[in-house]
Design a protein. Structure first.
Length: 83
């Protein structure tokens, strides 16, 4: 029987360890966002304009609060949001 990403995350949280990171899987991140299983989102903003691609948030409305910002020499910024 398959479990949902949120159910698997809940199972993993029962084990040892601390924070978990979703890296490189927009589909997994979207599924966890839809289930309300993500409590922090970190976005790196780079000064580069692209004409297309998949969006992380799409039509989702999230109640996130900006918790921290960090800027870097080359013009990028790290934005940390918490739910």
């Amino acid at each position: 029987m398959k479990t949902s990403p949120a159910e698997e995350l809940a199972r993993l949280k029962q084990g040892a360890g601390k924070d978990m990171v979703v890296w490189g899987s927009i589909s997994l991140a979207q599924a966890l966002l839809d289930d309300g299983a993500i409590d922090e989102v970190q976005l790196v903003i780079c000064p580069l304009a692209l004409g297309g691609g998949r969006t992380l948030f799409g039509d989702r409305t999230l109640d996130l609060k900006l918790a921290k910002t960090e800027t870097f020499e080359r013009g990028s910024a790290l934005l940390t949001y918490k739910s």
